[in-house]
Design a protein around this ligand. Structure first.
Ligand SMILES: Cc1cc2nc3c(=O)[nH]c(=O)nc-3n(C[C@H](O)[C@H](O)[C@H](O)COP(=O)(O)OP(=O)(O)OC[C@H]3O[C@@H](n4cnc5c(N)ncnc54)[C@H](O)[C@@H]3O)c2cc1C
Length: 473
């Protein structure tokens, strides 16, 4: 019998957009078995080279075929602390699935036939969450009372903390916001990553003895030299890239023009959609545009459309992107989901100005049409404006999602720390050590916006270097 790719069950689009329930379901045992059985168990598995942390994909898939789910979970955890999270958010179509032998060479994304490695990882991760909490809490005996400070509780900080705690090192995470998780909490909406999954992984770190101090902005409440004075032997900076970029056009300061970061933070972290039961409000328009083409733009548009429905407004949310859909950096699955849910995507268009009413609220966007030119430094074809193609759109909310850059609260007050022209911290790529002794960094603060698994890969390298250095002293 021909083995066909197993599709995960998904909520019906109409049901999804009425709230924030998770859209994609975890494989059933039968689906996991059928999907895992499609794996060719290649002699030299190329999929592993596509995984930024080098999970032994071939081995864990074989373990699923043999119904050794605990084994599969532990195999993944050797390299990845958070399989349930990565199984949900990793852009597998650009990573392990793209290098799967079932994707033809030269295809821009993974083939539909490529093994659904991320869904199998999620299956094993969710099994582990329910069945193996003891296995992941195993820590070595405390090592010489060594303490390390981790700044930031996004995937980089959490991963680094887990690696250190497993070696018996006492870790304190300092997080500026009131809840830990970084973008996993305030950026990625719960319909893609439920907060229970994130809470579970964070609590597993607490069970390993990791302390989390929320509402603690390092650079304001304490400096890096003060952390050393307090007895921390090393510091890891997982500060992320939390400062939104703007278009720099007329009218960007009008009311109801949000950065995607603020919009998503209000809803995901502060539950603004439950105002006044929550303390934070958010405005929602009847004609919403979202500018950008990455995961942030898609998430913001899907959240805006849900809020319109919850408010009883006929959904009308449009993404404006200056290239074509092929060049959109967002995950293919999220683009598909957004379209199914009713988000409109208008490509080869860029706004050039916003115009408001007398009260200062946005009412109109002026835009220009674009065509594709030669590839730029990113390898994607450059958008070229078409002169005279101006047109106007009626708009009462705009959400800007064109990128994020480093937040410099800490780095600006830290003498001697070297940064590049973007404000990202410069590190030795092997050890992730910064220009300061025993200060390491990883995640989006190094090299700009990346992915969850890339942030974790850097954090693991830093943790290894810290462990080598601290435990041999
Ligand atoms: C909306 C959105 C959707 C995304 N979707 C995906 C996806 O589907 N898949 C994927 O792989 N990637 C996705 N990404 C990218 C991914 O989330 C990031 O690459 C990843 O979170 C980076 O991890 P990090 O730990 O470096 O930083 P962050 O997750 O940004 O965490 C940094 C943390 O540090 C804290 N902090 C900063 N400065 C200080 C300070 N001075 N003191 C104390 N705390 C501080 C911040 O409050 C924050 O909590 C998405 C990003 C966004 C914005």
């Amino acid at each position: 019998m021909k083995k066909v790719p197993q599709q995960a069950r998904e909520l019906d689009p109409d049901e999804r957009t009425g709230g924030f329930s998770e859209v994609v379901a975890t494989y059933t045992e039968e689906q996991a078995f059928l999907e895992a059985s499609r794996c060719l168990q290649c002699k030299d598995p190329a999929c592993i080279s596509g995984c930024p942390v080098g999970i032994d994909i071939k081995k864990f898939i074989a373990q699923i075929v043999n119904k050794d789910y605990r084994g599969a979970y532990l195999t993944i955890r050797e390299k990845n602390n958070f399989p349930s999270i990565c199984g949900r958010v990793c852009p597998a179509e650009y990573q392990c699935r793209k290098t799967c032998v079932l994707t033809k060479k030269g295809e821009p994304f993974a083939s539909a036939l490529a093994i659904n490695i991320h869904l199998l990882e999620r299956f094993a991760g969710d099994y582990g969450m329910q069945e193996c909490s003891q296995a992941q809490a195993v820590v070595s005996p405390a090592k010489k009372k060594i303490k390390v400070a981790v700044v930031g509780s996004g995937p980089a900080g959490l991963c680094c903390a887990g690696e250190l705690a497993r070696e018996g090192i006492k870790v304190t995470i300092f997080e500026g916001l009131h809840k830990p998780g970084g973008v996993l909490r305030y950026g990625i909406p719960p319909f893609r990553l439920p907060s229970e999954t994130l809470d579970y992984e964070i609590n597993s770190l607490r069970r390993m003895g990791v302390e989390i101090m929320s509402n603690s902005i390092i650079g304001r409440v304490r400096s890096i030299p003060e952390l050393f004075k307090d007895g921390f032997a090393a510091v890891f900076l997982g500060l992320g890239a939390g400062t939104p970029s703007f278009l720099g056009i007329e009218g960007e300061n009008l009311c109801n023009v949000y950065s995607a970061n603020e919009f998503l933070t209000r809803v995901n972290l502060m539950s603004a959609h439950k105002f006044p039961q929550s303390h934070t409000p958010v405005n929602i328009g009847t004609e919403v545009i979202v500018v950008g083409g990455g995961n942030t733009a898609i998430d913001a548009a899907r959240v805006a459309l849900r809020l319109q429905k919850i408010e009883g407004i006929t959904p009308n949310t449009t993404i404006l992107y200056r290239r074509t859909e092929v060049e959109m950096p967002a995950r293919r699955l999220e683009i598909k989901h957004a379209k199914e849910e009713g988000v409109k995507i208008r490509t080869l268009v860029k706004p050039t100005g916003f115009f408001g009413d007398q009260s200062g609220f946005i009412r109109k966007a002026r835009c220009l049409e674009c065509k594709l030119g030669e590839p730029d430094s990113s390898g994607r074809r450059r958008p070229v404006e078409i002169p005279g193609s101006d047109f106007e759109l009626g708009v009462d909310q705009a959400i800007i999602a064109i990128g994020l850059k480093a937040n410099e609260i800490l780095t600006k007050v830290t003498p001697g720390i070297k940064m590049d022209k973007y404000g990202d911290v410069i590190v030795d790529p092997k050890t992730m050590q910064t220009s300061l002794d025993m200060v390491f960094a990883g995640g989006d603060i190094v090299g700009g916006e990346g992915t969850v698994i890339e942030a974790m890969g850097m954090a693991k390298r830093a943790a290894k270097a810290m462990i080598d250095s601290l435990l041999k002293k």
